[in-house]
Design a protein around this ligand. Structure first.
Ligand code: SAH
Length: 220
């Protein structure tokens, strides 16, 4: 076990329990998500200097101009993705980042396919997820605009960067009955959207306002 998996002081179980209480007060109802977030050490995904702030309800820097999403947003997007089904098969994640959202998803669905355009971030995430013994994850260093055609269609797609509009290839790679959760917008005006693929066409729901880093093109 690495130094950081243990958790001390501000990274203890008690601190995580406080985070869970806050999340349920903020309207997260899915018990399984709350339990998994209670039991998943969030601080190991961050630099040591920030580990003591890991359970605050705030986005924090993870390097390369990127941020780890705040716990509420991780919980909310996961809840929207699971919908009423409570369980999903294959899920595509765009923006591995530090890997925390990936860790939560991997404990709820059969397999996570995670794409990131900044290779060192993805490598570090991969190490942390391995430390947590989460092995139902495949990683791709690529531009998420392209999705991952080899494994399509996906029962769920979750993007943690804000796109100007929903990338066409992601719409095409969503299974019929599948759900995509993605922040859409720019210049500080973003909202979460939930897209459900129907037998013909898509249902798009506009949900709460959010703040994400931009969904970029190409690889770094
Ligand atoms: N869920 C992550 C969020 C990280 S921030 C976490 O909690 O750590 C968003 C991530 O999306 C960044 O790592 C960024 O590099 C990545 N990203 C942005 N545009 C992308 C694209 N087109 N393809 C793949 N990843 C992208």
């Amino acid at each position: 076990m690495t130094r950081s998996l243990q958790g001390i002081g501000m990274t203890s179980l008690r601190t995580r329990e406080r985070m869970i209480k806050r999340l349920s007060e903020q309207g997260i109802h899915n018990k399984k998500i709350l339990e998994i977030m209670r039991d998943t050490p969030r601080h190991i995904f961050m630099d040591e200097a920030l580990a003591s702030r890991a359970y605050e309800d705030t986005a924090l820097p993870i390097g390369y101009n990127q941020t780890i999403s705040q716990p509420y947003i991780v919980a909310k997007m996961t809840e929207l993705l699971l919908g009423s089904s409570g369980h999903l098969g294959k899920v595509l994640e765009i923006g591995t980042g530090c890997g925390y959202q990936t860790a939560i998803l991997a404990q709820l669905v059969d397999h996570v396919y995670s794409i990131e355009r900044i290779l060192p971030l993805q490598k570090k995430a991969q190490d942390h997820l391995w430390d947590l013994k989460l092995k139902n994850i495949s990683y791709l260093y690529s531009d998420g605009n392209l999705g991952w055609p080899d494994y399509a269609p996906f029962d769920g797609i979750l993007a943690s960067a804000a796109a100007v509009e929903i990338p066409l290839q992601l719409l095409q790679q969503l299974a019929v009955g599948g759900i995509m959760v993605i922040p859409i917008g720019q210049n500080g005006q973003q909202a979460l959207q939930r897209v459900t693929r129907k037998t013909s066409g898509y249902d798009i729901e506009q949900l709460e306002a959010v703040t994400f880093v931009p969904f970029l093109s190409g690889k770094e």
